[in-house]
Design a binder for this molecule. Structure first.
Ligand SMILES: Cc1cc2nc3c(=O)[nH]c(=O)nc-3n(C[C@H](O)[C@H](O)[C@H](O)COP(=O)(O)O)c2cc1C
Length: 169
């Protein structure tokens, strides 16, 4: 799939096979994220990959606490990435968002489903979340977004509004 096709047809996925994605695929896509643009080319974002299913469950529960709903916000995905940026980085949220966007399009191009999941900042402000930050040596970082991924079980593509969103100035 070429870049234009991936960018114009990519959709989020919220239903995954339990089979883990191949490490080569993951490494390819992490390279997409690491090559994303960043303000002043600081490249300060960090990507944490979690594939331990017990840890994913625990982290999902932290996310659900912030969500305020007794659900699995990670939709049973076999891999979850967390994107962090330094707390004092003024372009941090923008830089981190581009990392996630590049990864999502890259995953899609490899037929791997992904979805951005919110509440990454708040879940790591919880006591248990802070313990994870300590474990990952990211105490001075803030969460930008969670990116769940895995092979697609079911796709429910969202329609896009293509009218009235471009203004010829
Ligand atoms: C900043 C941001 C936060 C999102 N948070 C969630 C979320 O918490 N849960 C979820 O299921 N999807 C979440 N999404 C996915 C959006 O719902 C999805 O991108 C949107 O419906 C458009 O669908 P598409 O990605 O298939 O184009 C988020 C997307 C973005 C960009």
């Amino acid at each position: 799939m070429d870049a234009i096709e991936a960018l114009t047809t990519r959709r989020s996925c919220r239903s995954f096979k339990q089979e883990q994605i191949k490490n080569e695929e993951l490494q390819t896509i992490l390279a997409c994220g690491l090559n994303a643009p960043s303000g002043k080319n600081k490249q300060s974002s960090k990507i944490v990959i979690v594939q331990n299913q017990e840890e994913i469950k625990e982290l999902s529960k932290l996310n659900a606490i912030i969500f305020g709903k007794d659900v699995d916000p990670f939709y049973g995905a076999p891999t979850v990435c967390f994107i962090f940026v330094p707390k004092d980085e003024s372009n941090g949220i923008k830089d981190g968002s581009l990392v996630i966007g590049a990864m999502q399009t890259g995953f899609y191009a490899l037929n791997i489903g992904s979805c951005w999941i919110n509440r990454c900042k708040e879940m790591f402000e919880l006591e248990k979340g802070q313990q994870y930050l300590q474990k990952w040596h990211l105490e001075d970082y803030v969460g930008v977004g969670c990116c769940i991924l895995g092979y697609v079980e079911k796709a429910l593509p969202e329609k896009k509004i293509l009218e009235n969103r471009i203004i010829q100035g």
